[in-house]
Write a protein that binds this ligand. Structure first.
Ligand SMILES: Cc1cc2nc3c(=O)[nH]c(=O)nc-3n(C[C@H](O)[C@H](O)[C@H](O)COP(=O)(O)O)c2cc1C
Length: 186
């Protein structure tokens, strides 16, 4: 049975719950799935596919999921990878989270010498509570109402992506590697 890692970063728990739901869908589709808080102790090469997600904070991923990919990038070029970002900007500005995600991924992970094989990407609205902010920011945020308070996670979208991802990964993992194809055609 193919092994899949779902690794996430989180500050306040909403991305952890999204990762858990994605993991449940992958398990239901028959994969042996581990859902773990991202950390550099994870041996990524023992997995057949990686799903890595982070909330956006100031248009960046949290360090742990980003470092997991960056530190291992030379060892995972042949492993299918799916990425997801969680944020609130889409609540007021639909489509902006995808722009933030793409800009961040381009800056952080795209290196000329190392290409990650990203097979799927998703962005999800998250959850935000002003109460988690430091006091002075809470006041500013309450006055300016920059970010709407509340839980905007759309579980049907998250589950659909988990199901689609299961079929994408199934075909990726069943497809013969390109060097095997060359050998067959000789
Ligand atoms: C200080 C701060 C900065 C944030 N920056 C962004 C951002 O740049 N883009 C975005 O879409 N959401 C942003 N958010 C919203 C979070 O990404 C969102 O609340 C997410 O669900 C939090 O995930 P977590 O509960 O897993 O930590 C920010 C939230 C806070 C408190």
């Amino acid at each position: 049975m193919a092994r899949i890692l779902v690794a996430y970063g989180t500050k306040h728990g909403s991305t952890a719950e999204i990762a858990a739901r994605i993991g449940e869908r992958l398990s239901a589709a028959g994969f042996d799935t581990d859902v773990l808080h991202a950390n550099l102790g994870i041996e990524v090469t023992k997995y057949d596919a990686l799903v890595i997600g982070s909330p956006m904070y100031a248009a960046r991923w949290l360090p742990e999921p980003a470092l997991l990919l960056i530190a291992n990038r030379e060892r995972i070029t042949n492993i299918p990878i799916a990425l997801f970002s969680v944020g609130m900007i889409d609540v007021k500005h639909p489509g902006k989270l995808r722009e933030e995600h793409d800009a961040w991924v381009e800056k952080a992970f795209n290196q000329e010498d190392v290409q990650l094989s990203v097979v799927s990407t998703a962005t999800f609205k998250g959850a935000y509570s002003r109460r988690n902010l430091p006091f002075y920011l809470r006041i500013i945020d309450a006055i300016l109402r920059v970010t709407p308070n509340g839980d905007y996670r759309q579980w049907d979208e998250i589950e659909s992506w988990g199901d689609e991802l299961a079929s994408t990964l199934r075909s990726e993992l069943e497809a013969p590697a390109s060097d095997e194809l060359e050998q067959t055609s000789c």
